[in-house]
Design a protein around this ligand. Sequence first.
Ligand SMILES: [Zn+2]
Length: 57
Amino acid sequence: MKINCLSCGHTIDLDDAYSDYEGQVKCYTCSALLEIKLEDFCIKAVRFVKTTRGAAE
Ligand SMILES: [Zn+2]
């Protein structure tokens, strides 16, 4: 399944292991950190945690 990054809008590909998942995923494109909640392949919540783009770390 796919979700859209809230920071850059790029599609993030999630494999079937994420069918029931609550936690953080990282956007490959902009390195933003998203907190997601998935139930039965449905997106229940997507929250932007932070972006690491341009950060000192
Ligand atoms: Zn992104």
